[in-house]
Design a protein around this ligand. Structure first.
Ligand code: LLP
Length: 404
């Protein structure tokens, strides 16, 4: 974690709002997974949708990580950054024919999550190597919107459809080199990881899928967002995972590779959004601290009701008061926190919105025509890469440049 003095220094140098990432910690999180999950054939494909900052991706590339991609745009970006195609997996859903062709040409393995798309590939791309995404039939995640298993989700092929899958694979002469499942994001119960693995492994017999090279068990590892929230015992979880998979491989008859594709676990805690307060308002029952960022730059509280811890960087010892921490967007729901106790907030105080490394910048936009904040990556106390903020004039030019 980057300390308060350095956050203040960076805010002074780069201005706010500013995303600051701890690049060393991201790489450390990647490396640690190999310690937590003691299986020799483990491969980690970072879910780049969580944060596609090029500085972070370069660090992960050097550390040996692969990438989980979900659009042809992400595939193109990953290849452009020099990730070898063998280290990329493409898990899109509701793929168009054009997206199919575009990614197929790159040689990146495609993960197919529906019978209707499998039919298309069996018809038009005979002999292709593919991975198949199944619905693990386990429901877990940190909000209803981030659960991807069970009856209410659009993701994956039902486990009950194995026979239909086999027929299509045979007809298309397809090579199923991997099986995949992803249960949800922010899994609340470690048991869910095990149960989903077991459900997928149950259909992964040599009779059903004789050509498997890997099994991919998705992402979703939970990280604490609230102070005092218990951290998952990753060692215990990893040992359980390795045991299950080793037993599975014995039954399968071959040692397969095991993939995981975490996003939040890798980057959530490694990012901070620093914002500046410009307005203090007493609205009868509520005191509002208004700052120079808003939900288009960090949407998780508004979209999922997610908790992000907020620290008063510049007045840490102030007398505590209760605030609504609001942004600068013309919508009432534009709040980072509601009724949150913080040391007294004054105009020009800097606040750190924590756990802003995953699904914050990457889910951002320029609603109300405010350019996205700058981003800096810090390693060993130094900024190793930066992405600047567009000026208002540049944003206008960019939009007009796209039009005729
Ligand atoms: N693999 C697949 C196929 C996924 O769909 C996802 C996340 C991951 C891996 C990585 O999951 P993670 O390890 O990051 O939990 N925007 C939401 C999270 C959406 C996750 C989408 N898929 C949030 O901010 O909570």
């Amino acid at each position: 974690m980057i300390g308060k003095p350095q956050l203040l220094e960076l805010a002074e140098k780069y201005g706010t709002p500013l995303f600051v990432y701890d690049g060393e910690q991201v790489v450390e999180n990647y490396r640690k997974l190999f310690e937590f999950i003691p299986y020799p054939g483990l491969k980690v494909h970072y879910a780049m949708k969580a944060n596609y900052n090029p500085g972070l991706l370069k660090l992960l590339k050097e550390a040996g990580a692969g990438l989980d991609t979900v659009s042809p745009g992400e595939v193109a970006f990953a290849l452009k950054l020099g990730f070898p195609k063998e280290r990329i997996i493409y898990t899109a859903n509701n793929m168009t024919d054009q997206e199919f062709e575009e990614v197929l040409e790159t040689g990146v393995v495609m993960n197919i999550g529906s019978l209707s798309r499998l039919k298309k590939i069996a018809r038009d791309h005979k002999g292709a190597n593919i991975c198949l995404r199944f619905n693990p039939d386990v429901c877990d995640g940190d909000s209803a919107a981030t659960m991807t298993g069970g009856d209410l989700t659009k993701f994956g092929i039902l486990l009950d459809s194995v026979e239909e899958v086999k027929t299509l694979v045979r007809e298309g002469g397809l090579h199923v080199v991997g099986l995949h499942e992803h249960t949800g994001s922010g899994l609340q119960h470690v048991e869910s990881v095990f149960r989903s693995m077991e459900n997928l492994m149950r259909i992964a017999t040599p009779e059903n899928f004789p050509e498997l090279r890997f099994m991919d068990f998705g992402g979703g590892f939970k990280v604490p967002y609230k102070p005092g929230e218990e951290r998952v015992d990753y060692y215990k979880m990893g040992a359980g995972i390795a045991k299950l998979f080793t037993e599975f491989c014995k039954k399968y008859g071959r040692e397969l590779e095991m993939y995981f594709e975490p996003g939040k676990y890798m980057v959530a805690e490694c990012g901070t959004l620093v914002v500046e307060v410009n307005t203090i308002k007493h609205n009868r029952t509520r005191t509002i601290a208004g700052c120079n960022s808003g939900f288009p730059q960090l949407i998780r509280p508004m979209l999922y009701g997610a908790y992000h811890h907020i620290v008063n960087l510049s007045n840490p010892d102030g007398v505590p008061h209760t605030y609504d921490i609001c942004g600068n967007i013309c919508e009432t729901g534009d709040r980072f926190a509601e009724q949150r106790e913080l040391p007294e907030i004054r105009e020009y105080d800097l606040l750190a919105i924590e756990n802003a490394g995953a699904y914050c910048y990457s889910m951002g936009g320029v609603y109300n025509m405010r350019p996205m904040p700058a981003e800096v990556v810090v390693c060993g106390g130094k900024v190793v890469s930066e992405r600047r903020r567009l000026t208002n004039a540049e944003l206008a030019e960019q939009i007009l440049g796209e039009c005729r």
